[in-house]
Design a protein around this ligand. Structure first.
Ligand code: GLN
Length: 471
């Protein structure tokens, strides 16, 4: 088997038995990145650092020291996760030349496990977007069809994994940014329970929703990456220890799977057929399907865009040309400096979110929007928790459709609709995984498994069953 065609777990086994070296695997990825560079999945490729890290991993393997499943495995990291001495741009002009002095906790953990950082992946600016077209570095392209979007905001990570430029990648998910691009590219995308992974060193978008997680070619690969990045961290007071199983059984016999009628309203014919295929596959493997209702489902999108924008307007205040980021060349006084810097170096979508955020937080509108959305958040969370008290997991499509063509979606409000199935999960803080299942005839579709908080092993197990059924 060609190295590049291996899953992360297969590569890991081949490295351990010395059939393959980390240097070979790393060079194979670098070559693939070069051959397919028009995909535009990387903002920075860490060629020299990766070669060095691969050599160190090979030495560690040769010395038969302590074995870690990620030792020598090339992985990519989204460019909103800080990396020491490697520029971290958030795909924004304002951070174009920002070189962080420290590693994010997840990066530190990857490095201690011996993983090789191959590069920093493209994304929508500050993780705001669903297509990757809001990157200041140009859009990443879909790995399955070059004319289509990679999805967003972790589009570079998802396309890189699907295009075999890396064996796994990290993304961040505030409202679907891991799961939706994974679905668009035919990859597995896992958003862990809120708090399961430290966000220290993740450039904050909406702190009550943000979560880091893996994008991989298989569900077992997602488990292996998760094992390394999970865990409480003294640098992130919101982090906690969430348990993961050592191995996945892929067994669903007797598991109760909930499907809400609201999930299927307005879904296209092919998408419905693909989704029903996943439901049937689980039933065939012994799962029990139960109808549930989530009446707040349609409210989640509005709640998400109010809350996430409010938090973003506060989190992004630090990028002002003084505390962080590039500064406009000429200005008359301090307010002119802020104004010119932010006007020049922030993109339209980021500005739109900051304006929405400031509006919903401003006096006179605070109660009508922010407080109301916060109350609605409680209702949504309660409804998901209640539905999940009657079943082991909920199943729904990951997105209403497959990846659209680049340039097709010009209305921002319509683009927000692609997040309808993913945002409630962040609002409720739950774990969810998107696994490829079926297609619309041309492009892959994803199905999403959602479970109770801290049942991360359950979503992965059910996803593994779907992966098996798919063949
Ligand atoms: N597409 C959503 C947004 O634009 C989600 C982004 C994310 O999860 N980072 O806000």
């Amino acid at each position: 088997m060609d190295i590049i065609d291996m899953t992360l777990c297969e590569l890991s086994a081949a490295l351990k038995t010395k059939k393959v070296s980390s240097l070979e695997a790393t060079k194979a990825c670098l070559k693939r990145i070069e051959q397919t560079k028009e995909l535009n999945n990387f903002i920075t490729v860490c060629e020299d650092e990766a070669i060095e890290a691969a050599k160190r991993a090979d030495e560690a393997i040769a010395s038969n020291g302590e074995y870690s499943p990620l030792l020598g495995v090339p992985v990519a990291v989204k460019d909103n996760i800080v990396t020491k001495n490697v520029r971290t741009t958030c795909a924004s002009k304002i951070l174009e030349n920002f070189v962080p002095p420290y590693d994010a906790t997840v990066v530190k953990k990857l490095k201690s496990a011996g993983a090789v950082l191959i590069g920093k992946t493209n994304m929508d600016e500050f993780a705001m977007g669903s297509t990757n077209e809001f990157s200041a570095f140009g859009a990443a392209h879909n790995a399955v069809d070059f004319t289509r979007v990679a999805g967003g905001s972790s589009g570079g990570s998802a396309s890189a994994v699907a295009a075999k430029q890396a064996f796994g990648a990290l993304g961040s998910d505030t409202g679907g940014s891991i799961r939706q691009p994974a679905a668009y590219n035919g990859a597995v995308g896992f958003k862990p329970t809120y708090s399961a992974v430290s966000r220290y060193g993740l450039v904050a978008f909406a702190s009550s929703l943000d979560q880091i997680g893996p994008i991989t070619r298989s569900v077992d690969d997602a488990l292996e990456l998760s094992k390394v990045i999970f865990g409480k961290d003294i640098h992130d007071s919101t982090s906690a220890d969430v348990l993961l199983p050592d191995k996945l059984s892929g067994e669903v016999k007797g598991r109760v799977i909930g499907v809400a009628d609201e999930f299927l309203n307005g879904l296209g014919e092919k998408e419905t057929a693909a989704f029903n295929g996943a439901v049937k596959a689980l039933e065939k493997m012994g799962a029990v399907v139960k109808r549930v209702s989530i009446s707040s489902f349609n409210a989640a999108l509005a709640v998400y865009y109010v809350l996430s924008s409010a938090e973003a307007s506060s989190n992004l205040a630090r990028f002002d040309g003084v505390k962080y980021g590039r500064r406009a060349e000429s200005y008359t006084d301090i307010s002119d400096l802020y104004e010119r810097t932010r006007t020049e170096f922030l993109g339209d979508e980021v500005k739109r979110r900051i304006m929405i955020g400031n509006y919903v937080l401003s006096s006179g509108y605070y109660d009508a929007y922010y407080i109301k959305a916060s109350k609605a958040r409680t209702v949504i969370k309660r409804e998901y928790d209640e539905a999940l008290s009657k079943c082991d997991a909920l199943l729904c499509p990951t997105a209403p459709s497959a990846a659209p063509k680049i340039g097709e979606e010009t209305d921002p409000a319509k683009a927000y609709l692609s997040d309808i199935y993913t945002v409630p999960v962040n609002i409720a803080g739950l774990p969810a995984v998107s696994v490829p299942f079926g297609s619309d005839g041309k492009m892959p579709l994803g199905v999403q498994v959602i479970a109770k908080a801290c049942s991360d092993g359950v979503v992965l197990d059910i996803a593994k069953a779907l992966e098996r059924a798919r063949g």
